[in-house]
Design a protein around this ligand. Structure first.
Ligand code: THG
Length: 280
């Protein structure tokens, strides 16, 4: 299955049989106070720096989230989208708890975007599916709903199925729904990663969707996060994750290595190119 996204002109194909596509996570105010403070002063240089460094490190798509208490992101999100797309030709993944911010950003965005954090709650489906349809965007569906988050992988899958059904009923193509199995901190729940991996496997086998996840969520509160994230990322890619949301500076090498090991990089061409570009 292929999900095609685009920037102003550049197309990115997320293919369930293809190499890992990295959605760069860094344009997110969590742990980056400077992002909010610079944007509130009307200074876009830091957000553009974050975009440039992630693209250089291997991001194929950029997640854009400027939601923060006191920030009017219905105003700010479209401004940031314009600033990024004026400077970089890359598809964007828009995230906000505020559906009107998503809509105002889609109005000004070029190409085909991804809407992050759609979930199985009625409120989310009603607000965001019509917006995705109207602006021709793809969506990320999180497997949580009005009953919260379940630890039963089968139930997580059924929430993804519900989101796909609702999207398809509204005229969105099934391949434009990317599943998020919910990666959560293994320090808080010992089975968290196993539950997520099983959900990934089931979505891949039963539904065949492209699959994302917040790749660094699992290591919150633990030392040596990079080793943990690498171990999890490799297993998740093996089970069916195709487009993790991650820090490319820390995960691009693991992604290229996983592609090679899994027979998705004939003659190690991408792997070798990646290391040449990194060392140049
Ligand atoms: N699913 C979906 N969207 C998501 C998440 C998800 N968006 C938010 C989050 N989870 C993924 N994005 C981030 C963004 C920033 C950071 C972590 C996850 C972050 N990390 C630390 C930092 O940069 O200091 C540590 C980074 C590291 O160790 O590499 O700020 O699950 N659909």
């Amino acid at each position: 299955m292929k999900t095609v996204l685009s920037g102003r002109t550049a197309e990115v194909i997320i293919d369930t049989d293809g190499p890992v596509v990295i959605i760069g996570e860094s344009i997110n105010p969590t742990r980056r106070r400077k992002l909010v403070s610079s944007l509130q002063e009307g200074d876009f240089s830091y957000v553009l720096e974050l975009a440039a460094s992630q693209i250089k490190a291997g991001a194929d798509i950029l997640d854009v989230n400027v939601g923060y208490p006191g920030v009017d992101d219905a105003k700010l999100l479209p401004e940031v989208v314009i600033a990024i797309q004026d400077n970089f030709d890359i598809p964007l993944c828009l995230d906000s708890p505020n559906p009107s911010a998503i809509e105002s950003a889609l109005k000004v965005s070029a190409g085909k975007c991804l809407i992050n954090s759609v979930n199985g709650k009625e409120e989310s489906l009603r607000a965001l599916i019509p917006v995705a349809k109207e602006y021709g965007a793809a969506i990320i569906g999180l497997c949580m709903d009005d009953d919260g988050i379940t630890n039963d992988p089968e139930k997580r899958v059924s929430i993804i199925e519900k989101i796909i059904d609702r999207a398809v009923a509204a005229g969105i193509r099934a391949e434009d729904v990317i599943a998020d199995p919910l990666a959560m901190a293994v320090s808080a729940e010992p089975q968290a990663c196993v539950i997520t991996l099983e959900t990934i496997r089931l979505v891949h086998r039963k539904l065949g969707q492209n699959i994302t996840m917040g790749a660094s969520n699992i290591s919150f509160g633990l030392p040596d996060r990079e080793s943990l994230n690498s171990a999890f990322m490799t297993l998740a890619v093996y089970c069916g994750v195709t487009c993790p949301i991650a820090n490319p500076e820390k995960t691009a090498a693991v992604a290229r290595a996983a592609d090679l090991v899994l027979g998705r990089d004939d003659y190690a061409i991408r792997f070798v190119e990646y290391f040449q570009s990194r060392n140049s």
